[in-house]
Design a protein around this ligand. Structure first.
Ligand code: ZN
Length: 244
């Protein structure tokens, strides 16, 4: 199986369409979205519609949980919270039902998917350091060969031995059966690694081969939609140009 895996679209339809075009060209067999389809951006309903139509699995992210009334987000900073309030009013009733129904995790044999750390799915803990990945050693036996996560908006991969965790620093690699892997797939719609291009990944289970990929999209067009929507903070548009 050749998977196309992506996460953290954050209502950025232009970035999502660019990534889906790449998946078409790459001839993937199945698409998986790791969550946070909504939040921050200008087109939450359009993104839900598209993701819902094309994915084999879509996982619940914290922003999806907030918008669909499944999580308290009163402690989020003002601009993020206001975007979530706005998005709750913009998604269609079908898409709201879909957000309410999304699972915290999914598994296809030895390939697992969840938004934050697999340790406690409902807590949405970040994993973007070796120390954070090491907290999963106690559940090593329960991890898939690869567990795909999102949430941090960073492209990171960790190989977990039974006692030690190593960061994998290449953009593509082959999995070794003696390790378990946790791979953070980056963000389609709001990358934070100073590379503003949309992030997506490919995992070929037959070959045991994983790849981080990037594609350019029309950042100015998405940013302009954010600037034009007075109920969204302009900072959500400005940050897209810098990839932060
Ligand atoms: Zn996110």
């Amino acid at each position: 199986m050749r998977y196309g895996i992506f996460s953290d679209t954050h209502a950025n339809l232009g970035a999502l369409e660019a990534v889906l075009r790449e998946f078409d060209r790459e001839k993937v067999d199945a698409l998986v979205c790791i969550g946070d389809t909504v939040g921050y951006g200008p087109q939450p309903d359009e993104c839900c519609e598209k993701v819902r139509a094309v994915t084999r699995h879509t996982i619940l992210g914290n922003h999806d949980a907030a918008v669909s009334g499944r999580m308290d987000y009163s402690y989020y900073y003002d601009a993020a919270r206001e975007a979530l309030d706005l998005h709750a009013s913009l998604v269609s009733s079908e898409n709201m039902q879909w957000l309410k129904s999304l699972p915290y995790s999914a598994k296809d044999d030895d390939t697992h998917f969840c938004h934050g750390s697999p340790l406690d799915l409902e807590q949405f803990e970040y994993i973007f350091t070796v120390d954070q990945a090491s907290t999963c050693i106690p559940i090593w036996e329960d991890l898939g060969q690869v567990t795909f996560i999102g949430h941090s908006h960073l492209c990171k991969a960790y190989a977990l031995g039974r006692e030690r965790v190593y960061e994998v620093i290449t953009k593509d690699f082959e999995v070794h059966p003696e390790f378990r892997y946790i791979v953070s797939v980056g963000s389609v719609g709001q990358p934070r690694d100073h590379d503003p291009r949309a992030s997506y990944t490919i995992y070929d289970t037959d070959r045991g081969r994983f790849e981080f990929k990037r594609v350019e999209y029309d950042i100015a067009a998405t940013a302009q939609r954010i600037f034009d929507e007075t109920r969204l903070s302009d900072s959500f548009g400005a940050r897209l140009f810098a990839g932060v």
